[in-house]
Design a protein around this ligand. Structure first.
Ligand code: URA
Length: 320
């Protein structure tokens, strides 16, 4: 049996900067063809120059995993559920991980486990999938230019297209940092760094998100001012927004809006609150990250500088 298999690398968002500075270059590799092979090798490093992608160093080997005590469903200091550990290792979604556990393919400390709600102590417990050690995945930060008509969920019961169908070649499982409506296109960040994703999406982070909007009517200066100042929506008042009129046609107004929240369907609801509708919505940037050069439906990894620039927003907010 393999020795220690998993290294806990919990990182508070404020630690990103230090972590990035301390990062090491990783060897290149593609997504594993088979999950078991991926588990053996661990998720891969970055594909693009400067991309942030790291793997935790292995801990010293345990003498024998068979000697380790079985994990409990409520062990003291337990940190993560088993499905989460498998998913964070970049091997698949939590749903897939749940299936592997149920199928008896996952062992903890040498014993088969079929309970999905087991808590694992990442530093102490040894997790294997099909006999191969599960190591925490390299950090992946993906930028996708989402086309209209794709859902940001992993699987759709109705069989509609999801953004995951566009992520071929991404070396590990990533979750979306926030959502875009099916009919919204543009910039979407996906990552396996859950703290980073929380930071991007949290309303208290105030990360600016900029959208291009085509309204279903010509908007007056007063209507644009209302969007700017903030409106009362059913889930509370909106924060002030930056709004720039781009052009008017006979029937429509095209404008740009930057909001520092990310509530569900927020832009659409704001435009409705001033008596119009959104006909077209494209997210063009999140903070300093833009879609420039990325064709619709394509993805790339964020560079270290881009991840850092997003982290800097948080540091600025904290300093206020
Ligand atoms: N606001 C919306 O209304 N929809 C989106 O998809 C994103 C922001």
């Amino acid at each position: 049996m393999h020795p220690i298999a998993y290294h806990h690398k919990y990182m508070r968002p404020r630690d990103y900067g230090k972590k990035l500075l301390a990062r090491k270059k990783k060897p290149k590799a593609g997504k594993a063809a088979k999950v078991a092979a991926a588990a053996q090798r661990g998720p891969t490093a970055s594909r693009s120059p400067g991309a942030v992608s790291q793997r935790a160093p292995a801990l010293p080997a345990r003498p024998s995993e068979d000697l380790a005590p079985p994990p409990t469903s409520a062990s003291p200091g337990a940190k993560k559920t088993l499905d989460r550990i498998l998913s964070k290792a970049g091997l698949g979604s939590r749903t897939e991980a749940t299936d592997w556990i149920r199928e008896g393919r996952v062992k903890v400390n040498g014993r088969p486990v079929t309970s999905i709600d087991m808590w694992i102590h990442p530093k102490r417990d040894v997790v294997t999938l099909d006999g191969a050690p599960v190591r925490e995945g390299a950090k992946l930060y993906i930028l996708l230019n989402k086309p209209k008509g794709y859902l940001t969920t992993y699987k759709d019961p109705e069989g509609r297209p999801t953004v995951y169908q566009l992520l071929k070649g991404v070396p590990g499982f990533v979750g979306t940092a926030g959502r875009l409506d099916m009919d919204t296109s543009g910039l979407l960040i996906l990552t396996n760094d859950t703290s980073f994703a929380d930071f991007i999406t949290s309303p208290i982070s105030h990360v600016p998100k900029t959208y291009l909007v085509k309204a279903s009517s010509r908007l007056t200066d007063e209507q644009l001012d209302s969007l700017r100042k903030g409106l009362n929506l059913e889930d509370g008042p909106t924060r002030p927004a930056a709004v720039t009129r781009l052009r008017d046609s006979e029937k429509y107004t095209h404008f740009e809006i930057t909001i520092t929240e990310g509530r569900n369907r927020q832009v659409r609801r704001m435009v409705e609150a001033v008596g119009s509708k959104v006909l077209k919505l494209v997210r063009v940037s999140i903070g300093p990250i833009s879609l420039a050069g990325l064709t619709i439906g394509a993805w790339r990894e964020l560079t270290t500088a881009e991840v850092r620039s997003l982290v800097a927003i948080r540091e600025k907010e904290e300093a206020k």
